[in-house]
Design a protein around this ligand. Sequence first.
Ligand code: ZN
Length: 341
Amino acid sequence: MTLFPTTVAGSLPKPSWLAEPNKLWAPWRLAGDDLAAAKLDATLIAVKEQEDAGIDIVSDGEQARQHFVHGFLEFVDGIDFARKVEMGIRNERYKAMVPTVTGALTLKGRVHAAEARHARAHTTRKLKITLPGPMTIVDTIADAHYGDRVKMAFAFADLLNTEARALERDGVDVIQFDEPAFNVYMREVSDWGIEALHRATAGLTCTTAVHICYGYGIKANIDWKSTLGGEWRQYEETFPALAKSRIGQVSLECRNSKVPMSLLKLLDGKDVLIGAIDVASDQVETPEEVAAVIAEATKYVAREKIVPCTNCGMAPMGRDIATGKLKALGDGAKLAREKFG
Ligand code: ZN
């Protein structure tokens, strides 16, 4: 394996013929069979653009889903999408109208089979597919059935496990769970969050990862970050428990972040996905800036455990900017290899 293999947190912007650009929850521009075919075409482009940028572990770019949580929930029975409730999510950081769980949760069928198999058929690189984490899901949906958030999270974890095992059979190399809620409910991470992830990853032999971030570069998140003070120490409370977990990789926000890099020492033994690309800024990093983040990480993480990555998904960004940032990531890792290899 090359030193500093690169990857992305997950999502990439969608082409404007597929969905409205520059927004989250962008409406699709096609329907039915046309939409299904267009999602696969966009997946292929996303894979190719990552390859050309020098990304070693490519993702499907999340081209086939509208939102990182609801893209999964669409395939779950037991949810009433018409019964919307206003809920303060991420500990009241913002309000959202969310659907309600009204019965026992079951999967309608496969969730990401089409895009995972299409990506697998067209790349020889390692392939990553992301799924929402159980804690983040239950922070984004109301409950009128389970009467207990942890019980509901475990029910979602079992469904995620079914899909994750099937993705592994499709030839996926890395399955990542996105858990921004791990940076909000820090005590619950060790109380039950990691246990829920263990249920979601039970029986997998492929690489497993968890992505913990401070959110997309949207206003509610930027405002929240400005309240966190000069040093962001949320990770300090959860890293020791994650280091003891069975999850193989932890994906973090480092570029332009106020997270003290020394906290990475607490993840001893894990592969650490170092966010070296800021997704909240349209300024494209230089390869030197990316290499500098990697160099800083080598002070606290063994070199062979460092995987340069983006801070978070790039779904709401301009396409040209995202492409430039991907290339900066690939080139920056190359620079770092020359320096440390
Ligand atoms: Zn993220």
